[in-house]
Design a protein around this ligand. Structure first.
Ligand SMILES: Nc1ncnc2c1ncn2[C@@H]1O[C@H](COP(=O)(O)OP(=O)(O)OP(=O)(O)O)[C@@H](O)[C@H]1O
Ligand SMILES: [Mg+2]
Length: 365
């Protein structure tokens, strides 16, 4: 578990049972993107699906009856300012289509996408261009760098389009180059850099325009595992430093758990579950999600609130005290070395106790 999560939760979670889990600290932030009843249907007369009995059909039935593919089916969710919101699901589940609908790179078929309360589906060409230039930025799997431009010019590209003067855009681009740890590479060309470095350039380019929302579509899936881990840490660090709202697509659960404040799980175009990493792992909504999280080491994701029990009459209540949001693996030492149950306390209130038995049960899984 990352510092991103633990620090968030320690401050804010005061609920008393997993079912009442509150969100990380971003839950107090205003909603930046509010998606309501969003559909994207590909195929003939795609607009006849939403709001009609056809909408009730499964993806496969709809395809058979009409030849249409419901890439996104009736999606509703809200992303809060400053949140890292992960979209996860198997290949073909609709992740890219969903996220592209949010920037209208793909035109939604029905529904609303409210950015700070304004429906971007109603935006005209000019407004949309401004949105994409200034408020949104994207990072893709294939870095999409311009091969004939130096690294610095690649990073400055969005600023050039914004019409920023040369000196100002190079100043900003150089700052971004330093921010992503590539100081000194400004004069290089993209093909002189490794894949990981190229994706850092992609990150720098996206950050250069100081967007409000950063969209990532499987940005690290072409990188080998070690570089990938570096880049995940880089995103966590950048998120801490710049605090942007991030919408991050991945089909890699460990990436989702590591980066996400919340995770949205998609299947066949529909939303199956939206929750914090510990909610998705601790209380999967159905067998599809359960299958996804099956191999996760629960002690690394779940917190004491998931395993605490009510104290029984025999429990001595003077054991060590820990908060409900301490990740289990971080509590192992304390619990196993105490000769009495650990008390799980929040705001001075005893929520439950955790003894060796509860800890060992999770670890033995
Ligand atoms: N332009 C298109 N025309 C027709 N069907 C499309 C189009 N784009 C996507 N689809 C279909 O919509 C569904 C969702 O595709 P999408 O690319 O959003 O999935 P994904 O979850 O991003 O998958 P992956 O993990 O492979 O990137 C798929 O069945 C796909 O075939
Ligand atoms: Mg995709």
């Amino acid at each position: 578990m990352t510092g991103l999560h633990s620090s968030n939760r320690e401050v804010t979670m005061t609920a008393t049972s997993p079912t009442e889990l509150s969100q990380p600290s971003t839950s107090e932030e205003p909603v930046i993107l509010d998606v309501r009843g969003l559909w994207k249907v590909f195929g003939p007369r795609a607009d006849r699906v939403a709001g009609t009995p056809l909408a009730e059909l499964s993806r496969a039935e709809l395809k058979e009856r009409t030849g249409c593919v419901a890439a996104v089916r009736d999606a509703s969710f809200a992303v809060r300012r400053g949140e890292v919101f992960v979209v996860m699901g198997l290949s073909g589940s609709g992740k890219s289509t969903l996220v592209r609908c949010l920037t209208r790179l793909v035109e939604p078929t029905a529904g609303e996408v409210l950015l700070d309360g304004h429906d971007i589906r109603k935006a005209g060409d000019k407004e949309l261009r401004e949105l994409r230039r200034r408020r949104f930025a994207m990072v893709f799997q294939h870095f999409g760098l311009l091969p004939h431009r130096r690294v610095l010019d690649n990073i400055a590209y969005g600023l050039e389009i914004q019409g920023l003067k040369k000196e100002a855009r190079y100043r900003r681009a150089t700052e971004m180059l330093d921010l992503v740890g590539l100081s000194g590479y400004g004069e290089s060309y993209p093909d002189q850099l490794s894949g990981g470095m190229q994706q850092r350039v992609g990150l720098a380019r996206a950050l250069a325009v100081d967007p409000e929302v950063l969209f990532f579509d499987e940005p690290f899936s072409a990188l080998d595992p070690l570089i990938r881990r570096d880049m995940q840490n880089e995103v966590i660090r950048l998120h801490r430093e710049v605090g942007k709202t991030m919408i991050f697509i991945t089909h890699d659960l460990s990436e989702a758990l590591k980066l996400g404040d919340r995770i949205l799980v998609m299947r066949d175009g529909g939303l199956v579950q939206t929750g914090t990493p510990d909610e998705v792992v601790g209380a999967p909504a159905d067998d599809y999600v359960r299958e996804f999280v099956r191999d996760v080491s629960r002690s690394h994701v779940l917190t004491l609130r998931w395993i605490m029990r009510p104290p029984s009459g025999e429990d001595p209540l003077d054991g060590p005290e820990l908060g409900p949001d301490v990740v289990i693996k971080d509590a192992v030492h304390t619990v196993l070395h105490a000769d009495r149950p650990v008390r799980v306390v929040s705001d001075g209130e005893l929520l439950g106790v955790v003894g060796s038995a509860e800890i060992l049960e999770v670890i033995a899984e």
